[in-house]
Design a protein around this ligand. Structure first.
Ligand SMILES: Nc1ncnc2c1ncn2[C@@H]1O[C@H](COP(=O)(O)OP(=O)(O)OP(=O)(O)O)[C@@H](O)[C@H]1O
Ligand SMILES: [Mg+2]
Length: 361
């Protein structure tokens, strides 16, 4: 199935599953006419992670202006919109409800169809956005790797909106590992971009951190790696103290010692991206998928982008940087295909948030 067999439609997307309030207008599932993202990262930075109640309050404060801005930037009014797509799950319940209720109001008021989109499906569909000149759209069968703050999932897609789960993380998500190690190295939140920046001057082979291959499966595990970094940091700090002073330490986080942060960051990053790139490539080979999509916040990582592109024989689709982390253009893109394939909600006002919605279920 190709997109030109599907009817044209302009979809307004709304995303409030976590700590970004976002709205976007996308035409025919691919061309973003606008994409507005109001990030709450600064608000949550002081907590070292997302504070759910603050997140939903901030969504309420921001959503009207963000949606209005998305329509304005697209030079459109609600009348020009064919359907409204909203993230229905997974995500923080209190945050999801803000976007869902706002979308219901717009759908009811404007007489528009409402489409509930899975947030991870949205990340996958970010690969369809803003194609460069002449670039063909992703072709099936393909393997999709979603690596984000809350998820690490590998799925096989044989057609639009069909997902066969191949594996996923058994513990921390890849982005979560970046965030935790970022905190451990004193680099702040979110850890991913900070680790990438710190790693730029480091040696990826300086520390031999473990890789959990979990052979014979397409599952992942990052908690052992995180613990290995923790132990390495403690050992390095211990070496700067006398044995007596080290024995008296109660909280190693409070011990301020110069660390080879660049080497630690580069070695950690290398361990994560090697496993992600290798397992995604194997999954594609084993399932005769000629193409690979890598999406989600961690797909913004330059080392991962480079390795996956170099190592994979078939075509690799990685979204533009602005569509890697949470945005609403990806929700509108996925929403377009749901709408075009007749999957709009039959009873929009009865639509509930699905905080634990697994992709493909
Ligand atoms: N350059 C980068 N390198 C590595 N990780 C990155 C980079 N940029 C962002 N990240 C990570 O991406 C994550 C955020 O991605 P995203 O917005 O997709 O996640 P989320 O929406 O919070 O989680 P989910 O999509 O699972 O609900 C954070 O964990 C962040 O550290
Ligand atoms: Mg996300």
């Amino acid at each position: 199935m190709t997109e030109n067999l599907l009817p044209p439609a302009r979809v307004l997307g709304i995303e409030t599953s976590c700590d970004e309030t976002a709205a976007a207008v996308v035409e025919d599932g691919r061309r973003a006419l606008s994409s507005v993202v109001a990030s709450q990262a600064e608000l949550h930075a002081k907590y070292g992670g997302v504070f759910p109640e603050e997140a939903s309050r901030e969504h309420i404060r921001t959503i009207y202006a963000v949606v209005e801005e998305a329509l304005q930037q697209a030079h459109l009014s609600l009348d020009d919109i064919d359907a409204i797509a909203v993230t229905q799950g997974p995500g923080l319940p209190g945050s999801l409800v803000v976007g869902l209720n706002f979308a219901k109001g717009l759908a009811l008021g404007g007489g528009k169809p409402l489409i509930g989109v899975n947030h991870l499906e949205g990340h996958i569909y970010s690969a369809w956005l803003d194609p460069k000149d002449g670039e063909p759209e992703p072709a099936f069968p393909l393997v999709a790797l979603v690596v984000s703050g809350g998820h690490t999932e590998l799925a096989l897609m044989t057609s639009h909106l069909t997902y066969q789960r191949l594996g996923g993380t058994l513990d921390d998500a890849a982005g979560e590992a970046f965030d935790k190690v970022g905190r451990l190295l004193g680099l702040g939140y979110p850890g991913g971009p900070a680790i990438q920046a710190a790693a730029a001057g480091g040696d990826p082979a300086a520390f031999a951190f473990p890789r959990a291959w979990l052979e014979g499966t397409f599952d992942f595990s990052f908690s052992g790696l995180k613990t290995a970094v923790l132990h390495q940091v403690r050992d390095l700090k211990r070496k700067t103290l006398t044995p007596e002073a080290a024995a008296a330490v109660k909280d190693w986080n409070a011990v301020d010692a110069p660390l080879p942060t660049a080497d630690l960051a580069a070695s950690f990053q290398q361990a994560v991206v090697e496993v992600l790139a290798t397992k995604a490539r194997f999954a594609a080979q084993q399932h005769n998928a000629k193409e690979l999509i890598v999406a989600g916040g961690v797909s913004a990582n330059a080392a991962l982008r480079a390795l996956v592109t170099k190592d994979t024989p078939g075509r690799v689709h990685i979204p533009a940087l602005k569509y890697c982390t949470d945005n609403a253009a990806m929700i509108a893109a996925a929403g377009y295909y749901r709408h075009a394939l007749g999957m709009s909600a039959a009873e929009p006002m009865a639509m509930d948030a699905l905080p634990n919605w697994a992709v493909g279920s």
